[in-house]
Ligand binder design. Structure first.
Ligand code: HEC
Length: 164
């Protein structure tokens, strides 16, 4: 009589895959934007339609390695004509209506968009918003300001990728 061979059950433990690549600032952001800020962010998403044909800086053309990887190890940055005029002027700050858009990617190919972050000067201050690739609002306005503005404070008029 053959005995059944009892194989010990193998427990396959799936180790949660921590990103550990600088996304900590994202997860620390309270996502819950107020209804007013969410509506403003949705209007801003419409306003930036076609941003991938906006201005790019000579030193930041195409996909570049991010300085800190906050929204992905590779990024691409565009800005509208108002911001462009500010960068070529001698002033210390950009005018109301200036908008900058940054796409963050998983890798250098730029194929996988991790986040789209946007800042718009309005009423003399920056409005901050982060979106998914489909335009859904991840965080915006007051819910985003501590995280976004806190880190951006290191830059001239809160602009991090260049100074002018
Ligand atoms: C931990 C620091 C940090 C945080 C937090 C952060 N950023 Fe940035 N951001 C940067 C750096 C550094 C750059 C310059 C480009 C690069 O190296 O990725 C940048 C660039 C940008 C740009 C392009 C214009 C510029 O200032 O250079 C936009 C737009 C932007 N960030 C939006 C946001 C928004 C919106 C948030 C919050 C949801 C945010 N950022 C949070 C560090 C940060």
């Amino acid at each position: 009589m053959t005995r059944p061979v009892l194989l010990p059950a193998l427990m396959l433990l799936t180790v949660a895959c921590g990103k550990g690549d600088g996304d900590a600032a994202d997860s620390a952001e309270p996502g819950g934007a107020s209804a007013e800020d969410a509506a403003a962010a949705e209007a801003l998403w419409t306003e930036i339609s076609g941003y991938d044909s906006w201005n790019q800086h000579a030193d930041w053309t195409g996909v570049k390695a991010s300085a800190d990887g906050t929204h992905g190890p590779y990024v691409q940055i565009w800005y509208n004509d108002s911001a462009d005029a500010g960068f070529t002027a001698a002033g210390d700050s950009l005018d109301d209506g200036s908008i900058l858009v940054k796409e963050g990617y998983d890798d250098e190919s730029g194929a996988s968009v991790r986040a789209i972050t946007v800042m718009k000067k309005t009423g003399g201050d920056w409005f901050w918003a982060r979106y998914s690739e489909d335009g859904s609002v991840a965080t915006a306005g007051a819910a985003a300001v501590d995280s976004c503005a806190g880190c951006h404070a290191a830059g001239k008029d809160s602009i991090r990728f260049i100074s002018w």
